[in-house]
Design a protein. Sequence first.
Length: 184
Amino acid sequence: MRQRRAKTVCRRVAAVLLAAFATLAAAEPVTVERDSVVRAEPRTDSAVVANFARGVSGEALARQGAWVQVKTATATGWLYSFNVRFGAPAGSAGEGAGAGSVLGRVFAPRQKVNVTATLGIRGLDEEDLKQAQFDGGQLEALDGFAASREQAEAHAGGAGLSATRIDYLAQPAAAAGADPGGSQ
């Protein structure tokens, strides 16, 4: 009976320690690289919670797409991940010894690493073009997204937008005598 109780206590202690370590590992130090608007949710139309100035340090709590949730001494909210530098602030005591990674600080030293953020957008390469095939179904699906003029006007009106006519600019005198086809 005592042995069973001891095993149960050990399992509970292990579970609590694992949960605590997971919480520590989830929070990664960050430094705000440029003045940033902080939002309540990871959306551009979400309410503004605060403004972080360049150089503010905090912890990254979560990531969602191009957004990162940052907690500082003054506020917690979401901002674009390319507005922050992950890792310990420059000049901190842990720099070069696993700075920026809880596991790195615990298990092994790590050299200073420079990271460049990208959005993960890539174009088509030659191989993609060689393998391309026409798909009429995809073209029909694309046509299904088209809106009529009336639908577009109703949607714009619902968003508070209105049509504005803009006249063409007068052609400069040098361009007026030039051939529109570009040959002279």
